[in-house]
Design a protein around this ligand. Structure first.
Ligand code: AMP
Length: 216
């Protein structure tokens, strides 16, 4: 049976970085809703134009379009063994839609690692973040620098700083997270699926804590 993992946590806590490592360590596919939107923005699709108008302000893209995008992605053959969701769901409505979609595929959310850190840590991490356009690999100029500045270690593509990692936008993204996404912590806790992970530790330590928690 397929395995479905939802990585939960505030912006800048390291979800994207950890999701890439976990996907390599398992046979699961990494799906980042933010990356899917960014590909649409790059390709100048209608969805991309719509998403950008929300992302630039640090707001959430409306549930219906986000859910439709994820439904389309998880129905693809590479997702058969399971998925690590990164950045989705972000609202209770998305969480309910996910349960329904996975139910139709004969599965359910198995486990929800919840990575936490203080607001100060989040602001510091988003500030120095660099991302690769090709596959979404993420670096930090201080905590996880690439071997060569401005170049992705994995695929050699150029690194860029996300528009929504600007100071004012980050503050709003964190605010939106506490308002709209925090209820999911309660939702998955009540469902007995939440495992809390301290995201303020080093990247390697968080990875090993995550792998240990998933083994259980
Ligand atoms: P992320 O890469 O996960 O930090 O997401 C970047 C931005 O994309 C967010 O600030 C939102 O504007 C948008 N976004 C990503 N995932 C979702 C989602 N599940 N629901 C709504 N908006 C999202």
């Amino acid at each position: 049976m397929a395995t479905y993992i939802v990585l939960l946590g505030p912006p800048g806590v390291g979800k994207g970085t950890q999701a890439v490592v976990l996907a390599q360590a398992t046979s699961l596919v990494h799906i980042s809703s933010g990356d899917l939107f960014r590909v649409n923005i790059k390709n100048q699709t209608e969805l991309g134009k719509l998403a950008k108008s929300y992302m630039d302000k640090g707001e959430l893209v409306p549930d219906d379009v986000t859910i439709a995008m994820i439904r389309d992605r998880i129905s693809q053959p590479d997702c058969k063994a399971g998925v690590i969701f990164d950045g989705f769901p972000r609202t209770p409505k998305q969480a309910q839609a996910l349960e329904k979609m996975l139910g139709e595929l004969g599965g359910h959310v198995d486990v929800v690692p919840y990575i936490t850190a203080d607001e100060q840590v989040l602001i510091e991490r988003t500030g120095g973040r660099w991302s690769c356009r090709a596959q979404g690999h993420v670096y930090h100029e201080k905590f996880n620098p690439p071997k060569e500045a401005g170049v992705c270690d994995v695929d050699g593509s150029v690194l860029y700083q996300r528009d929504d990692d600007k100071k004012e936008t980050v503050a709003n993204r964190i605010h939106v997270y506490f308002e709209q996404t925090m209820p999911l912590v309660d939702y998955y806790h009540k469902a007995g699926k939440l495992i809390e992970i301290d995201g303020a530790k080093s990247m390697e330590q968080v990875t090993s804590d995550l792998l240990a928690a998933l083994k259980k």
